[in-house]
Design a binder for this molecule. Sequence first.
Ligand SMILES: [Zn+2]
Length: 398
Amino acid sequence: MSNTRTVLITAGALIDGTGAGPQQPGAVLIEGDRIVCVGRTIDAAGDVPRVEVPTGTITPGLIDCHVHLSDAGLADASAQDRDPSGLRVLRMAEHARRTLLAGFTTVRDVGGRAHLEFALRRAAQEGLIRTPRLVLAGKIVSMTTAGASSWAGMYRQADGVREVVKAVREQAAAGADVIKIMATGAVLAPGHERPTSAQFTSEELRAAVETAHALGLRVAAHAHGIVGIARAVEAGVDTIEHGTHLHEDPGVAREMAARGVFLVPTLKALARIADGPGVPEDMRAKAHERQSDRDRTFRMALELGVPIAMGTDAATPFNRHGENAEELELMVSLGMSPVAAIAASSGMGARAIARDDVGILAPGKLADIVVWRGMPHEDIRALQRAPRGVFLGGEQVV
Ligand SMILES: [Zn+2]
C-alpha cells in the first residue's frame, strides 16, 4: 500500500484471464499494488517507467489450484519422510520461489506437512522470503487409511462425524483457507488402497462441508472413483480434485456444471507417475490404468460445461515445482483452447479458490501480472519458458 509507484507495461498481446481472446497489442497501467487501466494502448505521461516487450504477451499472474509445496517431486517421497522440519521448511521456501519465478503468483496448497506451510506464509508476510500468494489447507482430513498413514505429517485421520468436525476445526484454527478431504482412495498409497473406493461416508462429508462453510472456508475433495465424486458433489464441496472416473456418470458432471463445482483435473500427475522410473510399481500400475479415464473425463467436462480450474498436483513424482505450466500443454492436447487453458489458470482458478482480488486483468485487481516471451495463444509452450517479467502486487520480482 505504501508503494505508489506507477508502471506501464506494454506487449505485443494481452490475454486478460476471462477467457476472452487476445488483444493485440496490449497494455496495463499499475499504480502501487493495483491495476488501474487495461487496454490495447494506454496514454501515460512520458516520465512513467515502462516495461516494453513488443514480441511478448501479458497475462494475469497464473494460479495453480493444487500443489504440495512440502515435497520435491521425487520418484518415491518416502525417501524424505524422516527429514528434520528445518530442512523441510527450507525446501518449501525454495519450491515456492521457483513457482513464483515461473509466473505462478498464487498457489493453493492442498496438503502440507506438519503445518510448516503456515510458517512459510508467515515468513512471506514478514518479508523474509518471497512466495506466491498462499491459499492453504493445512493437513488433509481423511478416514483411517494406509495412504494417510504413509505420508508423515500430511494427514489428519478422523473417523465418524464428531472426529471429522474436530479435524476440520483444527485446520481452521491453524489458519487454513480451505479444507481438503479425501472422498476416495489414492494413487500414491500402498497397492491395496484403491483410488476407486469411496472413503468418507456421505454423513462425514456433509459434516466436513457444513463445518468448513460455516467458518467461511472452501472445501476441496480428493476424488477418483465415481461413487466418492458423487457423494462429495452431493455433500456440497466446492472443488473436485482429480475427478478421474467422472466420465462414468455424466449426470454427476451435469450436476457439477449446474452447481458451479469446479474440476481440478491434475493431468500431469498421472502422466508422470505412470511414466516415472523408480516410482513404486504398485503406484505406477494404478496411474497407468486410469490415464484413459482421465482423458475421457477431461473431454466430457469440457463438453458439458463443468467449470475447470488448473491444478498440477506438483510434488507427485517428476511433477516439479516451477514446471507447473506443463499442465496447460496437456489441457490443450485434450481439446481445450490455449486461451481457455490460460483462463483455467487465472480467472477460473481465482473463482475456484474464491479470490476475487486476483486472476484477471481489470482495474482494481491486485497487480499480479506476467509478461511472457512469445505468444502463448499460438503456442501454449511459451508459458514453459522463463517469463520476461513477473509482478506480484505491483512489485517486479523478475
Ligand atoms: Zn495432491
